[in-house]
Design a protein around this ligand. Sequence first.
Ligand SMILES: Nc1ncnc2c1ncn2[C@@H]1O[C@H](COP(=O)(O)OP(=O)(O)OP(=O)(O)O)[C@@H](O)[C@H]1O
Length: 288
Amino acid sequence: MQSKHLELSQVGIDFPTPKGPFTALTDVNLKIAKGEFVSLIGHSGCGKSTVLNIVAGLHQATTGGVILDGAEVTTPGPERAVVFQNHSLLPWLSVYKNVELAVKHAMRGQSKAQMREWVMHNLELVHMTHALDKLPSEISGGMKQRVGIARALSMQPKVLLMDEPFGALDALTRAHLQDALMEIHANLGNTVIMITHDVDEAVLLSDRIVMMNNGPAATIGEILEVDLPRPRERLALADSPAYNHYRHEVLTFLYDKQKKIEPVSQHRKAGSTKVKSDNKASKSSDAA
Ligand SMILES: Nc1ncnc2c1ncn2[C@@H]1O[C@H](COP(=O)(O)OP(=O)(O)OP(=O)(O)O)[C@@H](O)[C@H]1O
């Protein structure tokens, strides 16, 4: 893997609020190698989406910045495709046309036949060629996420940014999509940054897990290298001491931060902080 592919340096952001600037992030430093799969995990409101949005170019950092292959990120761009939790397909377009729309932008000047081939190729990657003419309202949530991933991949992004892409799915569908994502990542080698609240998902998919401290003025707390051989097989890993060690490390970090949320909430009641402290730990016993 090359170094310095994607670099966040001293990233901080202040959001304007009626009560004055709110510092959501401070001093976020992270170097990501080409092809690396990095997960961001941390309690609700710690700033994970804000980090992702800064890399996507949707937010501008107040301090520091992001460099991708030597160029500063200042605006959104097709080399950084985003997949959101709530599938953002255009409801009036079919599965095929939703992907075609992205391909039209990415492949300007190419023939219709080439474009069709590329649309089909990307829908094949996510196993969705059987539903080309269906509208988003006619397919399941998991299928919509598949199409969203195909659409993002069709832009041939250097970096795939995923904000809780499987958060709204049932466990079985989630597992299928995790497997599909591992296969795609193995074949295409995109750099991936994925936000998740699911500890097992983070360990299964990631090369590194970036664990964030609670906000306000959140930053990176610890980074865990997940040195498990690939391809990874979820059933085999369930009994693996190494897998369980990584899982335990992440849970310990999160439970430690969880303990620190309570004083923040009390502080908030006194009206002296603006931190969003609803935490999603209740989602599942092993979720942040
Ligand atoms: N546009 C904004 N204006 C003011 N504050 C904001 C804005 N966007 C985010 N924040 C605040 O910044 C902090 C980080 O928000 P962010 O959405 O990045 O957290 P998160 O870790 O992704 O949360 P979750 O896990 O709940 O999605 C929160 O306190 C949030 O209220």
